[in-house]
Ligand binder design. Sequence first.
Ligand code: ZN
Length: 103
Amino acid sequence: MATEDEVLKKLRERDAFAENDKADGIAQRGIDKGYATLSPAQQHVLEPYMSLPCDGVEDPGGHPNDCSKQLQGAELLQALDDEGYYDALLCEDCRSDYYDWYE
Ligand SMILES: [Zn+2]
């Protein structure tokens, strides 16, 4: 399965497309047939959904690290996979902060 297909699946599971019927339909098609089979116009509709901001982490003193990284591709997929564990979407840097502070 291509990374984009898995990202689509994860995004749909978290209702990312719930408020946009058109995008939701295209996402479902992408999941069923593969993101690569979508037309450029269809991919364009999904594009804004295919990247999400990192949530960042708070240091032990409660100060957010103000991470503003946009997650996409494999990094986004990893973040979505581990969202349940961290209770947040985290980029590589924030994961490493998280380990330094809490593990
Ligand atoms: Zn981050």
